[in-house]
Design a protein around this ligand. Structure first.
Ligand code: ADP
Length: 489
């Protein structure tokens, strides 16, 4: 057995990747699927399109020259989280379009349940928000009396994208999800590790809809021979951020990874203890394996790479995102400029939805380069804000930051991050840490890899950015700490 097949079911595309024993990619296939925006703030996917594009990608990598079906030891799945699908158990047909994590249509349901927000938070670690699956399920059931009737008769199934794919891969034999995906539904008690009847009652959701919950690394079934021509064990499941945490080998309490894309997604391992955040970070399950549950704190920055896009598209200061690095390098430091990236409010730890962005400290000597540099610093400073608060919540000091995502190709940004955190920033060799995490979970469950030590031995870093101390970094931080509070509404 030479490979693990990882499925990365993302928000805009379905991907399949074959990893070998060294964690190297042997083959990749990817297909995008349409996004539907039927009303303002609504975002939908067609669940059948997710399945069809995913199946196509899987078949393509399996057809790579020199690969036999018997070369594949197991399959691991990672997925866009929270996105909600309800389907008919008899026919397998979805009863409604998938409601995507970005969809805000259930904000009013959250509002109407606000008296119970503390109950949801205590049991699930989540704020009562439209982001998560629970209110999306309720919305689908309430959208049509016949759907609710069928749900109450036990005819329907709910699942996040992992469950939906496994149902289809096994031709309806397996209806399951893992703890990490369950922990994003608002229905799963992350302390007792079970679906919670009180929360189900609050949302008026019949328990018969729910999948069984398994660990992130165990065999849950096999692909149907009719589907892939062979029975491949399915033995790893995790939501995308949690899979990336494991793929980055953030295995010890305090280990933390940050993904630099449009926004930043930061997640810190807090060990076998669920830590309650004092800063409205989410408490979530990192993974469960071999009977042990690891918890995590999660926080995000809404505007990160998007700030670079804004300089490119709105100000036309650069013509491509990577150009910002050369522009920022035309100056030695930010020249006293602070860029507060509150382009859509300011999240943790400020939590000011009304805040707006600002470029402060402009003088006659200010050049484009200073603004470019201040923008990169802003991405690093917002990430720092989150990581420092997480560290306080978790009560552990982290040793280094593992990074991934599109903007990590920017060496200057990575160096700035190391300097401002005064910690090492570690960029891995692979950019596919999410899929790699799913492969690791699947491979460990079937003995393809023996243990975590074996994973550590094959995990390769591309580059480590060591912190440098200089007066510019200190000044940059001091100005940030003085100026941001002035902008809060
Ligand atoms: P997403 O998954 O959110 O679409 P990606 O991981 O693909 O994001 O990263 C794309 C984002 O990273 C964009 O916002 C882009 O502006 C930013 N980006 C890409 N390359 C660079 C770079 N070299 N320097 C700074 N930002 C970059």
């Amino acid at each position: 057995m030479r490979y693990i097949l990882a499925i990365d079911a993302g928000t805009t595309s379905s991907r399949a990747i074959l990893f070998d024993h060294q964690g190297e990619q042997k083959a990749v296939a990817q297909h995008e699927f349409p996004q539907y925006f039927p009303e303002e703030s609504w975002v939908e996917h067609d669940a059948q399109e997710i399945w069809e594009t995913q199946l196509k990608a899987i078949r393509e990598v399996m057809a790579t020259d020199g690969i036999e079906p018997t070369d594949i030891a197991a399959m691991g799945i990672t997925n866009q989280r929270e996105t909600t699908i309800v389907w008919d158990r008899a026919t397998g047909a979805p009863v409604h379009k998938a409601i995507v994590w970005q969809d805000r249509r259930t904000a009013s349901i959250c509002e109407s349940l606000s008296d119970h927000a503390a109950t949801f938070l205590n049991k699930t670690g989540l704020v009562l928000d439209a982001y998560f699956s629970g209110t999306k399920i309720k919305w689908i059931l309430d959208s049509d009396p016949s759907i609710r009737k069928r749900a109450e008769a036990g005819e329907l199934a709910f699942g996040t994208v992992d469950s939906w794919l496994i149902w289809n891969l096994t031709q309806g034999k397996v209806h399951t999800t893992d703890v990490t995906n369950a922990s994003r539904t608002l229905l799963y008690n992350i302390h007792e590790l079970q679906w919670d009847q009180e929360l189900l009652d609050l949302l008026d959701i019949p328990a018969s809809l729910l999948p069984t919950v398994v660990s992130s690394s165990e065999k849950v079934g096999e692909t149907a021979v009719d589907v892939l021509g062979t029975a491949i064990p399915i033995s790893g499941i995790a939501g995308d951020q949690q899979a990336a945490l494991f793929g980055q080998l953030c295995l010890a309490p305090g280990d933390v990874k940050n993904t630099y894309g449009t926004g930043c997604f930061c997640i810190m391992n807090t060990g076998e203890k669920a830590v309650e955040s004092q800063n409205k970070m989410l408490t979530t399950i990192g993974w469960q394996r071999n009977g042990k549950t690891f918890y995590a704190l999660e926080g995000s920055v809404f505007i990160a790479g998007a700030l670079v896009q804004w300089l490119r598209d709105q100000l036309q200061m650069i013509s491509s995102a990577p150009e910002i690095e050369a522009l920022a390098k035309t100056v030695e430091h930010n020249g006293g400029v602070t860029f507060v990236p509150a382009l859509s409010g300011l999240g943790a730890p400020y939590w000011d939805p009304e805040a707006t962005g600002a470029i402060m400290g402009i003088t006659r000597g200010t050049e484009k380069g200073h603004i470019a540099r201040a923008a990169l610093e802003a991405i690093a400073l917002r990430s720092r804000d989150i990581i420092i608060e997480m560290q306080k919540d978790a009560g552990v000091e982290f040793s280094s930051l593992k990074v991934d995502g599109g903007a990590t190709g920017n060496d200057l940004l990575m160096q700035i991050q190391a300097d401002l955190l005064q910690k090492q920033v570690v960029r891995p060799n692979t950019t596919e840490t999410t899929a790699l995490g799913a492969a690791f979970f699947a491979g460990l469950a079937v003995g393809f890899w023996k243990d975590e030590d074996e994973l550590k031995a094959i995990w390769k870093e591309d580059r480590v950015f060591s912190p440098q101390e200089n007066s510019h970094n200190k000044r940059c931080l001091t100005l940030w700490e003085q100026r941001v509070p002035k902008l809060l509404s």
